[in-house]
Design a binder for this molecule. Sequence first.
Ligand code: NAD
Ligand code: UFG
Length: 340
Amino acid sequence: MKTVLVTGGTGFIGSHTVISLIENDFDVIIADNLINSKKEVINRLHTITGKQIKFYNVDCCDKEALSLVFKENDIDSIIHFAGLKAVGESVSKPLEYYSNNINSMLTVLELMREFNVKKLVFSSSATVYGQSEDVPFTEQSPLGMCTNPYGWTKWMIEQILKDVAHADPSLSIVLLRYFNPVGAHESGLIGEDPQGIPNNLFPYISKVAVGTLECLTVFGDDYDTPDGTCLRDYIHVCDLAEGHVKALNYIDTHKSGVEVFNLGTGKGTSVKEAIAAFEKACGHSINHVFGPRRAGDLPVCYASTDKAREVLGFEAKRDINDMCSSCWNWQQKNPNGLSD
Ligand code: NAD
Ligand code: UFG
């Protein structure tokens, strides 16, 4: 059984990926400092998978502490999810974002070199495509012109990984550019659990639906789109999780170097359509008003999925209704999120 180190494995995408890895016979170790997740996730993962997962409460920027994880385990590959991800917060705390996201990646890379680990999957984002309006985004679309420090950390780390792989041809690295991950595991035991008032659409809608928040503000209905609201490529987090298994399998069989894949559905859904789908899932209306545009929002953002389909054999299976119903199931079962 091959051992995968999942950094950030108690977080939203990491925890769902851990389930897919276990279902595909990988042995999983989680390293997370719980800065944006709860230890209770480990218990939930145990309930879902029946496996006791080895967990290290460790900051991936702390080389000495993280090296213990490498010493104590025979790590075959790494999926590096650990990082800070709130776009708005990155604007007010750029140093924290550059420091945490870049140093955690550099520390993992140094330890990979010291412990001879050759395979890495990195969580990148469609945000690296910047402000281009030329959709769909293919892996060849121009990069940069990010609108916030968070986006630049992803862009910089992608460059670091290309340079490191160029210097060491024995490395094999996959960059996965996620579009908009939403939804939750069908059990309703794990899901997206943001601290405070959510910035993203789905967690916000869920909290209005469950009654924790009063009203959703739709940021702009005067875009040049079919219904005036922005289109996004929402992808079910369980599909996304399966994409990581495909990426690891690909790394096992392909040559060295860096390969990039979009993970999305290839379909744009408007804010109005997302609200309507959620209303159908929860069975009542979602209180919302229309407000001004949010700075930095692209009117339309969706993925070209050709490369992921042709090379990885990846295709998202779940639709917007599955995303809404799983999100609602999780929200209803855990109206206040998880606590430790
Ligand atoms: P998340 O915040 O739920 O998970 C990230 C996890 O990393 C958290 O559990 C947090 O505690 C941990 N962490 C952060 N810094 C750490 C450090 N220095 N050491 C150890 N652990 C640390 O976020 P997520 O939505 O699951 O995102 C996972 C990854 O995917 C992130 O890198 C994020 O930037 C990227 N991504 C997310 C989205 C999205 O919309 N959710 C989109 C594109 C890319
Ligand atoms: N929206 C609202 N009201 C809200 C929140 C969001 O109308 O309260 C709208 C936004 O204006 C946008 C759409 O819903 O049109 C989606 O917004 P999100 O904040 O959910 O997602 P974004 O597309 O802005 O950003 C997400 C991640 C980023 C990532 C980006 C590209 O949050 O980290 O996708 O992958 F960089």
